[in-house]
Design a protein around this ligand. Sequence first.
Ligand code: AMP
Length: 115
Amino acid sequence: MAQDTIFSKIVRGEIPADVVYQDDLVTAFRDIQPLTPTHILVVPNEVIPTLADVSEDHEPVLGRMLRVAADLAAREGIADNGYRVMINCRDHGGQEVYHLHLHLMGGRRLNPMAQ
Ligand code: AMP
């Protein structure tokens, strides 16, 4: 299958993950190596490799990813204190999985942004 990724397999339920939300456009699941008490990844169901690959056609799914992140933050009880949403892009951004994803991180005070 073209452009299949480990996250596609999670979206399709083919490998286990702690899925906390799914709809027609996006899937959210807990990061397997959480860096913060709440660390959730929100991914488009269809593969977009990186943020650098988005086009105007992707605006609905990009908006959904952000709204779902905000809703999950509220559900996780971290919205009042605040949290961080982060997207790593390609090599210099530290992206490891080439299936666009945002990191929703919170549950403690975060360090200043990485250098
Ligand atoms: P990035 O460096 O932005 O590409 O982040 C990739 C993230 O995916 C890392 O935080 C990994 O811990 C996480 N990850 C990799 N494989 C899985 C998996 N099977 N289930 C959940 N999270 C994963």
